[in-house]
Design a protein around this ligand. Structure first.
Ligand code: TTP
Ligand code: MG
Length: 228
């Protein structure tokens, strides 16, 4: 249940649990990172609701958005926002929750990109923005640490081609570059939007074995993250 606390709605019993969000470009390796940490007791991992974005009551808003972003961008992003909010508010038994992305990157990276590239009508952007502002003003969405998997767009492009998700066949290199630049402005330069938590940067261009080694090296830092 959500209860009011200091002017915001808060999910009961979740106040003292820590929340880690794994961020990074498309195909940067977020799911692999989460899978690695899912083997740790004390951590509950919440993977991204991408299967829902590909199937909501028999429709595929992700595919529609890639086919015609101007028409379907708002549809997809409204649903992404809902499913991310649902993830943030879900109750977990473990003291540490690790999530793939956040409601913040959905807005600051993907909605922003659609709008800035001229693929989202201004009125759609305004409606989504008001929804987002209402949510973060009225509902507590605590984050203790952002783990940023920093890659080059080239690495993501290659991983994307390897994994062959049907909807993503149309993604050009320029799209990954745009997402990359928005991430860098947000989390590294910190010049675009408010960063909701401290950022731990992990270079993620290496192969799987080296990545797992890096995750192990950062384990303590990740697991002991606590908000003030
Ligand atoms: P990602 O969130 O990047 O997930 P992933 O599984 O591709 O990443 P990784 O390999 O690092 O685990 O994106 C899933 C798809 O959803 C991708 O095609 C981008 C798209 N997407 C949007 O279009 N809008 C959004 O707001 C988000 C969060 C994703
Ligand atoms: Mg993933």
């Amino acid at each position: 249940m959500l209860s009011p606390s200091q002017g915001k709605l808060v999910r009961n019993g979740e106040e003292r649990k820590s929340v880690i969000c794994i961020e990074g470009n498309i195909a940067s390796g977020k799911t692999t990172c989460l899978e690695y940490f899912s083997k740790t007791s004390n951590i509950e991992v919440l993977t991204e609701p991408v299967s829902k974005w590909r199937n909501v009551q028999g429709h595929n808003p992700l595919a529609l958005m890639y086919q015609d972003p101007e028409r379907w961008g708002l549809t997809l992003q409204t649903y992404v926002q809902l499913t991310m909010l649902d993830r943030h508010l879900s109750t977990v038994a473990a003291p540490v929750r690790m999530m793939e992305r956040s409601i913040y990157s959905a807005k600051y990276i993907f909605v922003e990109n659609l709008y800035k590239s001229g693929k989202m009508p201004e009125v759609d952007f305004a409606v989504l923005s008001e929804w987002f502002e209402w949510i973060v003003k009225n509902i507590a969405i605590p984050v203790d640490l952002i783990v940023y998997l920093q890659t080059t767009p080239q690495t993501c492009y290659e991983r994307l081609k390897q994994r062959c998700r049907e909807e993503e066949r149309v993604i050009p290199m320029e799209y990954l570059e745009a997402i990359h630049n928005l991430y860098e402005d947000w989390l590294i330069k910190q010049t675009s939007f408010k960063v909701p938590a401290p950022v731990l940067v992990i270079s993620a261009d290496d192969d799987l074995q080296k990545m797992l080694h890096q995750y192990e090296e950062n384990r303590e830092r990740i697991l002991t993250a606590r908000r003030a």
